[in-house]
Design a protein around this ligand. Sequence first.
Ligand SMILES: C[S@@+](CC[C@H](N)C(=O)[O-])C[C@H]1O[C@@H](n2cnc3c(N)ncnc32)[C@H](O)[C@@H]1O
Length: 212
Amino acid sequence: MKRWRRKYYDIFSHFYDKIISLHSGDKRAFLRELLIKKTGLKPGGSLLDLCTGTGAVAITASRVAGKDGLVVGVDFSKGMLRKACEKAQKLKTKNLYFVLSDVARLPFADESFDAVTCSHAMYELDPATRNAALKEAWRVLKPGGCFTMMEHCEPKHPFIRLLYYIRLASMGSPENRKFARDETPFLARIFRNVSKEITPTGGSKIILGTKD
Ligand SMILES: C[S@@+](CC[C@H](N)C(=O)[O-])C[C@H]1O[C@@H](n2cnc3c(N)ncnc32)[C@H](O)[C@@H]1O
């Protein structure tokens, strides 16, 4: 199953950025900035971006972390990471790395990062992978560090909402639908101070929790 999802994302990587910019335009850039602001990342800090895709969140974070900081984006799709690396090379960023890995088993030592992010991906993971990924996020966070994720809200427009429900139903597990509606109880099993807020754009939500 995971093999097919990886292949799907390898193919999708060729169109991903185009589709996102057609769908969200400048809004997505604003949301990425907001997500990174919520992590509390400072110049010289470190951040891990789970399911980084074509690296947009990681690239935004690398600007904030600056030359003394460290940002790592992780994804299991070579296609997605190829696009991420192409973008990073053009920007000549020196503090940004991309690592091919399943988020359920991260190749990093305990307490390595000040912040961990995940944008528009957690709700797509199968429940076992998602639970493992959340535990891994906790493990690699430094004490006091923050896990911050962003997802779409349930769309208001009836037709778009119908498409959203079809997408959720296609994910197979009822737990995925539960998670997409309210992530907070799932995060609260692992993190402290879990909170959720709707972004000023109205269409997205940011959910965060801390490690002690
Ligand atoms: C919808 S994209 C989101 C990409 C990016 N975070 C963004 O906001 O544009 C989901 C990403 O999750 C990655 N992914 C899915 N399951 C994964 C897993 N088990 N381990 C690592 N990456 C995974 C996919 O390859 C894909 O790049």
